[in-house]
Write a protein that binds this ligand. Structure first.
Ligand code: NAD
Length: 311
């Protein structure tokens, strides 16, 4: 029997699966703990299930004297100090596939919203106006989409974009296999030839600020940029300059350097469509990632195996 802490909100599907395994695990659900409160209690647990709110920093993990397993319901594990977890022999697992369609659909939704100014048109209608002239849009068909990061979400978005008649080019220095029929290009070429750029990379030292003043300078005039990956892969000050100058015609952002952003922030820019980090926030995705996180913890309790181990 192992003791499991659920420290972020998990969907009922996941909680029910945990309840059904009382022979192998005992579960406490304690959501909304401060870092200090988490440090006080984490020493009692063998495993923890988190989403993105709980930060398993070095000083929290130092107190986790019994912890052997972390399950992240979702993909990004940048809220866990992976190097320190590894040093302590704590296995970190994620649930990679459950939110792929949700995030790819949001990225596509941002593209469609931007190219036809749908949120702006809606706001105009709601203020009683009938402004057709300022709402001349652009088509996605026959345009080039450059995807940075050709993993699960990048590939899914490329399927959708090709169905709409776009040409898709991709940059990914790690994936060596065929990119699902998509033309692989170097980053410089992607910047130079894409009408749209969508980011689907994890946050790493290599991807931090991959969109910056220098990369924007290489892009086509009127490029549009989508980020449903992680805040910080775009240098927001550089993006603001690009938007102000007209070099960048618009941006769709689900993630931000600071979340929630400060009072003055890039989401307020008139050429930006913004959502509050809701890429994986669909009923289906949450049910899927919560269930998978519950299952990998139960499997760990019964077999000692780490499924989907990322560190
Ligand atoms: P994935 O691991 O399948 O794909 C990521 C890809 O990025 C990999 O193919 C990898 O090779 C590539 N990559 C790594 N470093 C790179 C670099 N320097 N340049 C170009 N490519 C690089 O992950 P995924 O499931 O497709 O998710 C992608 C990202 O989306 C996640 O890392 C996460 O940060 C983000 N995400 C956001 C939300 C949200 O709510 N907005 C939800 C889920 C995932």
């Amino acid at each position: 029997m192992i003791k499991v802490l659920v420290s972020d909100k998990l969907s009922n599907d996941g909680l029910k699966i945990l309840e059904s395994a009382k022979d192998s695990i005992s579960v406490d659900v304690k959501v909304g703990l401060t870092p200090e409160q988490l440090k006080e209690i984490i020493g009692e647990y063998d495993a923890i299930i988190i989403r993105s709110a709980t930060k398993l920093t070095k000083d929290v993990l130092e107190k986790a004297v019994r912890l052997k397993a972390v399950a992240r319901a979702g993909v990004g594990v940048d809220n866990v100090d992976l190097a320190f977890a590894k040093e302590k022999g704590i296995g970190v697992m994620n649930t990679p596939g459950g939110s792929t369609s949700a995030v790819a659909e949001l990225a596509l939704g941002m593209m469609l919203s931007l190219c036809r100014s749908i949120p702006f048109a809606d706001a105009s209608m709601k203020s009683g106006k009938w402004e057709k002239k300022s709402l001349i849009g652009v088509q996605l068909a026959d345009k080039t989409l450059g995807i940075i990061g050709m993993g699960r979400i990048g590939r899914k978005l490329s399927e959708y974009a090709r169905a709409l008649g776009m040409t898709v080019i991709g940059y990914d220095p790690i994936v060596k296999t065929d990119l699902a029929g998509i033309k692989r290009v170097e980053l410089e070429n992607l910047f130079e030839s894409a009408d749209w750029i969508s980011l689907h990379v994890p946050m790493t030292p290599e991807t931090k600020g991959i969109i910056n003043d220098a990369s924007i300078a290489k892009m086509k005039n009127g490029v549009r940029i989508i980020n449903c990956a992680r805040g910080g892969v775009i240098d927001e000050a550089a993006l603001k300059c690009g938007l102000d100058s007209g070099k960048v015609a618009g941006a769709g952002l689900d993630v931000f350097e600071k979340e929630p952003p400060a009072a003055e922030n890039i989401a307020l820019h008139p050429k930006v469509i913004a959502t509050p980090h809701v890429g994986a926030a669909t009923a289906e995705a949450q049910a899927s990632v919560s269930s998978e996180a519950a299952e990998i913890i139960i499997n760990f309790a019964r077999t000692g195996q780490y499924l989907n181990r990322v560190a």
